[in-house]
Design a protein around this ligand. Structure first.
Ligand code: SAM
Length: 270
């Protein structure tokens, strides 16, 4: 499963060539690939996945920049960060950023991408183990005085679809339970019809990872906790113009959710 991190890394490093209108201008990814010396050509032949990654990078960047405009000194965290480096686009000069992943990935990341700014941190985390919010030192739900704490921004891309549905519910529940009101979670989602099909996926298949969680309805996300509200949902179908949108509309009763989409959840005060 950790080896899947090469798929988005390759797309951010080299995908600009195929989809210049979605170019993310990642200043770090290409250098990392060079140092890793891995052949990523097969990933670049899977153009729909390259497009998915560039499209989601754009949405994450825009969402996060909007969040830090409202909260210039706020805390951001990337759960299952792999070798991504979103802080290159998000540094306000006052905000804080945490990159967290499984220990074996963080060992690699510490060598290749050590934290160089005093406002950034690296941490080992397994988000299937309850208590990760506090273990990562993320802002508590209320400040010491009982006042509301500053909200946090959580990014979780290319991660949750590989977990069991119960584990995803627990991650959503912990975020909603522990994060201060106004906190946002940006994540990517697959339709439940994709579950069990990773073997047929051009890039994911060879890694041996499997899609275990998918959405039957977008409303299932906010149903995970009374404090969760769905703020935005996008489908990658929008990248394929009217034909993509028409096909998705036709299939919607069967898909129940975007084939591949991005959603933003907010912690509210019920
Ligand atoms: C497809 S990669 C995505 C990496 C990164 N988010 C990106 O877009 O470049 C999936 C990542 O999820 C991480 N991951 C998988 N299970 C995890 C868990 N239980 N806790 C934390 N990270 C996990 C993997 O180690 C891997 O880095």
């Amino acid at each position: 499963m950790p080896s899947t991190l090469l798929i988005p890394l390759a797309a951010r490093a080299r995908g600009n060539h195929y989809f210049p209108w979605l170019a993310c201008g990642d200043a770090v990814a290409a250098g990392l690939l060079e140092r890793l010396g891995t052949d990523v050509e097969p990933y670049l032949n899977d153009l729909p996945t390259v497009l998915n990654v560039l499209w989601r990078t754009r949405i994450i960047r825009d969402t996060a920049q909007g969040f830090f405009l409202r909260h210039p000194g706020g805390q951001g965290v990337n759960l299952g960060c792999g070798l991504s480096h979103h802080f290159q686009w998000l540094d306000t000069g006052a905000n804080h950023w945490l990159d967290a992943d499984l220990p074996e990935v963080m060992a690699l990341r510490r060598q290749l991408l050590p934290a160089r700014c005093p406002r950034t941190r690296l941490a080992e985390a397994d988000i299937t183990q309850p208590g990760w919010w506090h273990r990562l030192g993320l802002p508590p739900r209320a400040a010491g005085s009982g006042a509301a704490a500053a909200p946090a921004l959580v990014v979780c891309e290319g991660v949750l679809m590989y977990l069991e549905p119960g584990q995803v519910q627990a991650v959503l529940h912990e975020f909603a339970q522990c994060a201060p009101p106004g906190s946002r979670l940006v994540l990517d989602v697959l339709t439940h019809r994709a579950v069990g099909t990773a073997g047929r996926h051009a890039s994911v298949g060879p890694t041996g990872a499997e899609f275990r969680w998918g959405l039957a309805r977008l409303a299932d996300l906010s149903a995970a906790h009374p404090r969760l509200a769905l703020r935005h949902a996008h489908s990658v179908a929008e990248c394929y113009g009217w034909a993509g949108l028409a096909l998705e509309t036709l299939w919607w009763p069967w898909l129940g959710a975007p084939l591949y989409g991005m959603v933003e959840l907010e912690v509210t005060t019920p």
